[in-house]
Design a protein around this ligand. Structure first.
Ligand SMILES: C[S@@+](CC[C@H](N)C(=O)[O-])C[C@H]1O[C@@H](n2cnc3c(N)ncnc32)[C@H](O)[C@@H]1O
Length: 257
């Protein structure tokens, strides 16, 4: 029997029932209303990308959201900067949910867009649904086997994925490395992590998680990136579910530093 460093039985990424992931239940539970912790995270990501691209040419770039699942706010944070956005996702059910959002994403995402719209470049987009429809493609695939053609993305996000895909620290570090491997040198990114997550229920299925804190997140990123922001967010409204202690956001640039 294989064990994690905490002595738990290993549940690797390939062992979890990704294709049963109940996208509707997940998005309803986590994102049907805008929580204050997500709002704080969105503000930091918005300002980080805005500051980064303010000094760059206006050339539109390609972007990626890795493990997009049933959450659109990371992709929305990429809208002003990208002509093309790939939502890369392993679960067939989540990929189908994402494809269904392309023609007209649900009204529940409007409050998330309103937070982004406080910055100028987001305000310049008069019809975010039209821009989303035009820019976004969904691709089903495993981040551990990212195709070469997706390895030079110029901006990227990965939210609640690396620590929420198995309970193996080795896979956590591998997922962080794979995400950063999708980016061109110097490309900015935002990545978010559940702190000390012990696993999570989605509908009737339990999914594995690996317990990380800011130190482990920083150590996972450091070989591959220059980290500009590493911030922990507490739970002012209480947890969205049981079994974690906060959220961690990292913003930086593909390195090494
Ligand atoms: C906790 S959910 C996070 C979803 C979303 N990014 C969010 O912010 O709520 C974890 C996501 O990672 C995806 N995932 C798990 N293993 C993956 C892999 N090997 N490659 C790509 N995506 C994966 C799952 O299908 C799921 O959508």
């Amino acid at each position: 029997m294989d064990l994690t460093s905490e002595g738990d039985t290993l549940c690797l990424n390939r062992d979890a029932p990704w294709d049963s992931f109940d996208s509707q239940s997940y998005t309803q539970h986590n994102y049907s209303v805008l929580r204050s912790d997500d709002e704080e995270i969105i503000k930091v990501v918005r300002d980080y990308f805005s500051d980064h691209f303010r000094t760059k040419s206006e050339r539109p770039v390609s972007g990626i959201d890795v493990g997009a699942g049933a959450n659109l706010y990371p992709a929305l944070s990429l809208l002003p900067w990208c002509e093309q956005i790939t939502l890369y996702e392993r679960s067939a059910r989540n990929a189908a949910w994402l494809r269904n959002q392309i023609p007209r994403y649900d009204d529940s995402w409007d409050p998330f867009w309103e937070v982004l719209r406080k910055e100028e470049k987001y305000q310049d987009i008069t019809d975010p649904r039209e821009r989303f429809r035009r820019s976004v493609t969904v691709e089903e695939g495993d981040l551990f086997q990212l195709p070469d053609r997706l390895r030079k993305q110029e901006v990227g996000t990965m939210f609640f994925v690396a620590e929420s895909l198995s309970n193996s620290h080795r896979e956590f570090e591998g997922a962080v490395a794979a995400f950063l491997g999708s980016l061109a040198h110097g490309a900015p990114f935002a990545a978010a992590f559940m702190e000390n997550s012990g696993g999570y229920w989605v509908g009737d299925d339990l999914f594995p998680a690996c317990e990380v804190d800011s130190t482990k997140v920083g150590a996972g990123l450091e070989p591959h990136a220059a980290v500009d922001v590493l911030e922990r967010f507490g739970l002012p409204e209480g947890p969205v579910r049981e079994g974690y202690t906060g959220m961690i956001l990292a913003c930086g640039r593909r390195g090494p530093s």
